[in-house]
Write a protein that binds this ligand. Structure first.
Ligand code: PEP
Length: 251
């Protein structure tokens, strides 16, 4: 069976002390679980804490992820972080196209696709976030929106499509406590899987994560859906006990 992947997105939260306490609690909790416990685990941390968290997760099951990456290689792009910089800190995954980046920073499908390409070329796995707003869901646009967002990336990365991780995150479910039902999530995941299957014969091997108010109480049901291969977890990833329960549901 394919291993699941649980990624915590800390967003703009944390401090040196809080990060150390959270990672210590996660490491304790993971050590208490079966040694061969199965799912992949990663935390997407704010850029200033990459070095700290890299050192803290060393030798553990927890991989390091970035919340964003520049589409550019190097140069006059104030405030941005390049893939080569991320590589120096052992970053294994980077989110691209999180809805908060699309909404507050004007990231277009083309920018998201360029970021995914840039990450792949550096050996960092992009976690490509797609998802519809509430208005788009209510007007029946969900399928069109997520397909358009994913198509831009699939087109840009060509045969590297199998290296992607895709996260379906309905915008109306992010940070709202309003989760998609397992059926709603599965329906969209099946659409995304079919779209990937048109691009590669290995679509089953591509991890499709669900994100949007996933928590300790709803994770197991969501993760039981046939096309849900893991979770992208925001708020609940900041509480060690909750995040550990989500990981346990995926193991
Ligand atoms: C997210 O930020 O990707 C997310 C899913 O947040 P939350 O779990 O808090 O809804």
């Amino acid at each position: 069976m394919k291993k699941k992947l649980i990624v915590g997105n800390w967003k703009m939260n944390g401090s040196l002390a809080a990060n150390a306490a959270l990672i210590a609690a996660l490491k304790d909790g993971l050590a208490a679980q079966a040694a061969d416990a199965g799912c992949g685990v990663a935390v997407a941390v704010p850029a200033p804490y990459l070095a700290q968290v890299q050192a803290l997760v060393e030798g553990s099951r927890i991989a390091l992820a970035s919340q964003d990456v520049s589409q550019h290689a190097v140069g006059a792009y104030t405030g941005e972080t390049s893939v080569e910089m991320l590589r120096e800190f052992g970053v294994r995954y980077t989110l691209v196209g999180h809805s908060e980046r699309r909404q507050y920073h004007g990231e277009t499908d083309a920018v998201v696709a360029a970021k995914a390409q840039r990450a792949l070329a550096a050996g960092i796995t992009p976690i490509v976030c797609v998802g519809e707003t509430l208005a788009e869901r209510e007007t029946g646009e969900t399928e069109n929106v997520v397909k358009r967002q994913l198509a831009a990336v699939v087109h840009a990365v060509g045969h590297c499509v199998t290296e992607l991780v895709v996260a379906y995150e309905p915008v109306w479910a992010i940070g709202t406590g309003r989760t998609a039902t397992p059926e709603q999530a599965q329906e969209v995941h099946a659409v995304l899987r079919a779209q990937l299957a048109a691009a590669t014969t290995h679509a089953q091997d591509i991890a499709l994560l669900y994100g949007g108010s996933m928590n300790a109480a709803n994770a197991a049901q969501l993760l039981a859906q046939p096309d849900i291969d893991g979770g992208l977890v925001g708020g609940a990833a900041l509480k060690a006990a909750d995040f550990l329960q989500i990981i346990a549901a995926a193991d």
